[in-house]
Design a protein around this ligand. Sequence first.
Ligand SMILES: C[S@@+](CC[C@H](N)C(=O)[O-])C[C@H]1O[C@@H](n2cnc3c(N)ncnc32)[C@H](O)[C@@H]1O
Length: 315
Amino acid sequence: MEVISDLSFSFAHLLILKAVIETGIAEIINSRFCKPEELSLLLDTEYEGTKRILKALKAIGIVEERDRKYSIKPEYKRYFDKESPFYIGYFINHSTNLIKRWEKLADVLKKEKTERLETQNLHILARALFPLNIEQAERLALCLSKNFKVILDVGCGSCVWSIPFAKRKAKVFALDLDEVIENAAIPVIKALNLQERFTFIKGDLFQIDWQKGYDMIIWGHICHIFSPEKLKVMFSKAKESLNKKGSLVIIDFIKEQDKSFPFIFDINMLLATKEGRTYEKEEFISMAENHHLDFIKEILLDEKKNTKALVFKKG
Ligand SMILES: C[S@@+](CC[C@H](N)C(=O)[O-])C[C@H]1O[C@@H](n2cnc3c(N)ncnc32)[C@H](O)[C@@H]1O
């Protein structure tokens, strides 16, 4: 019955954070302690609602209270700081679009004519994913203890998966569409002061030359956008671009029995794309083997979503 009881108010945390950001409450209580009546006056928000929101944020654990004044806890401040790569405003924005997309699910099943709600601003998605994935990326870099000198991050978004390797002195070539490089990758890399370690390649990954000489190629959450036919093209390009004994690392939600999230995300890709879907590990292994890339190991990055890094090696 937990599945049923968990449905209750599962939307609330997200919508509380959305309201706190949109009203400006987050910005003020991120910089100082503030009483609800002061906030209410400053922002012209309803007093009772402002007070209840602050108390809810305290109960959730994001806010602390001193003498009836409230402030974001120090460990959460970076998530509410617009200048930080960890800012969750992009995630809230992206999630609002996801809800609009998912409201069309019944229409799609009923074969009613409805426009596919593709992700419009890809840089918002890329920035939304940074705070979600950076800890997993740090763990991945720890697990792959080998020293990778030159890396290609394909569909890099914010460069979240290659940043921990860059911090360990790797030289990273980061490839994505122009809009994403300009509005997600470059601002994040600048904020982290890692410009010297990154070279950006702008363009469609299927059209442009990936060049050669990489010890590792990263595909972080990009395979689910594409069909098996498109993935074959990507495997072929990866094999050509990797050094001998180079590694291909695929990070994705892996379909597996009793793991629900990859099946839910499969529906997301049905709603959002023409050809995207989630895959089983065996499908990746078979496609990789056809391109002489041997499966080496898997690393579990997030148990809830069954996010895994699958590591392949060129013979
Ligand atoms: C789900 S996001 C993942 C971003 C990043 N790797 C991460 O895990 O946070 C997919 C990324 O693939 C990029 N992408 C999609 N199609 C592409 C294409 N044809 N050429 C280059 N990049 C593409 C998108 O712009 C987006 O940044």
